[in-house]
Design a protein around this ligand. Structure first.
Ligand code: UDP
Length: 376
């Protein structure tokens, strides 16, 4: 029976980067995943010639040149720039919050007029130090935008009132007094040509890396642990400890995916439904991540769309988003204390219970691998 330097639990971005870095240093890895495929939640699958983002839209963006150079060794990135549209009861607004949004909302034309409108609404709300997402949102963009573009969406997305959510969640979105619909403040942005699955496959493509799919670590960990010197675990931290201190909260997402016999459904990759009444949070039209073309550059005759429905995670369904509120912060600390007693490395969005973007996952995996490989 082969013995490995590392047993890596989870073939998502964190696990693939870690395995790759280990291989670079001549170390062997067994990468396992309970799903029948690699790439974790960045997994993409071809359907009607379109790379479908099976576990939700992933747009790669980063300010970290090292991470950008790194991913570009495994894929070529296209020039996709994320510019979602918000649909509030049929009224359309540009995202993120910028001069196009302010013009449509208030008819303001200059940045001074927009800034004055926001300042007036912030003052009327009487917020000095924002304590939660609602107060943070109003102080950033005023009450009108909060009511139409943030409140309903956030309550659907998180299943909690905006007053019960941490302010940092809304700080992910830029606010700009310029005409700029780019959703991210990032120097580098794009989608890997050929899909994320191919990019992760390229990371794992090394003779020192063995991949075993449909293998659930938590259902056979004793035997699996024996196969390697060091375990790297990227599943949910509370699941690792059999939830012995209680369940950490996660948001789960259900996707209703449809193939439509028409070339264009909504004219954009992402449309967010920001009212409270529409049951889904957003609709993704996957072909627009690649400008509606197939690999040969031909226009695609059909389209694939996914409606996203957000729900509270319950045992047995897929966790997507950690809920970083006070209660879960305390519980996480208790789990981290248990983790500190283990010889195991915990990494990634689920292993660290952090609302990481892809570039942050890669940066942490690179850093942790570097430290671990120095010691081994
Ligand atoms: N958000 C919102 N309205 C929108 C889009 C986002 O209020 O149209 C808020 C919402 O609270 C969301 C947060 O901003 O959870 C972060 O949005 P992001 O697009 O970064 O979320 P993700 O793509 O990770 O689901």
């Amino acid at each position: 029976m082969a013995h490995y330097d590392f047993l890596i639990v989870g073939a998502g971005l964190y696990g693939a980067v870690f395995a790759r870095e280990a291989a670079r240093k001549g170390k062997t890895s067994l990468v396992i995943d309970k799903r029948p495929h690699i790439a974790g939640n960045v997994y993409t699958e071809q359907n009607e010639g379109i790379h479908v983002h099976v576990y939700g839209a992933h747009i790669f963006h980063t300010n970290d040149k090292r991470v950008w150079d790194y991913v570009n060794t495994f894929a070529t990135f296209n020039r996709f720039t994320n510019s979602p549209v918000a649909n509030y009861h049929g009224e359309l607004y540009s995202l993120p919050f910028n001069m196009y949004t302010f013009n449509k909302m208030w008819g303001v034309v200059t940045p001074e007029e927009a800034a004055a409108k926001i300042a007036e609404q912030r003052a009327a709300a009487g917020i000095t130090e924002p304590k939660n997402l609602e107060e943070q949102a109003i102080s950033l963009v005023g009450t009108d935008i909060y009511e139409k573009l943030i409140k309903g969406y956030t309550q659907k997305q998180w299943g909690r009132a905006c007053t019960e959510l941490p302010a940092f969640i809304i700080k992910r979105l830029p606010v700009r007094l310029t005409f700029d619909n780019n959703y991210f403040n990032a120097l580098y942005q794009g989608i890997p040509v050929g899909g994320y699955t191919q990019m992760v496959a390229n990371m794992l493509d090394d003779p020192s890396i063995t991949v075993r799919l449909s293998t659930d670590y938590l259902k056979g960990r004793e035997a699996l642990n024996d196969l390697a010197d060091q375990v790297v675990y990227t599943g949910p931290i509370d699941a690792y400890f059999d939830y012995r201190l209680g369940y950490l909260a996660y948001r789960s997402v259900r996707f209703e995916t449809e193939i439509l016999d028409k070339p264009n459904f909504q004219g954009n990759a992402a449309v967010n439904y920001t009212d409270a009444e529409t049951p889904w949070t957003r609709i993704i039209e996957h072909k627009w991540f690649e400008f509606g073309k197939d690999a040969e550059g031909n226009d695609l005759p059909k389209t694939v769309i996914s409606r996203e429905y957000s729900s509270e995670w319950t045992p047995g369904c897929e966790p997507y988003y950690p809920v970083n509120d006070d209660r879960n912060g305390e519980l996480l600390k208790a789990y981290q204390a248990l983790a500190a007693q283990e010889k195991v490395i915990f990494g990634g969005r689920l292993g660290e219970y952090k609302y990481y973007d892809m570039d942050q996952v890669i940066a942490h995996a690179l850093q942790t691998a570097e430290n671990a490989l120095k010691q081994s």
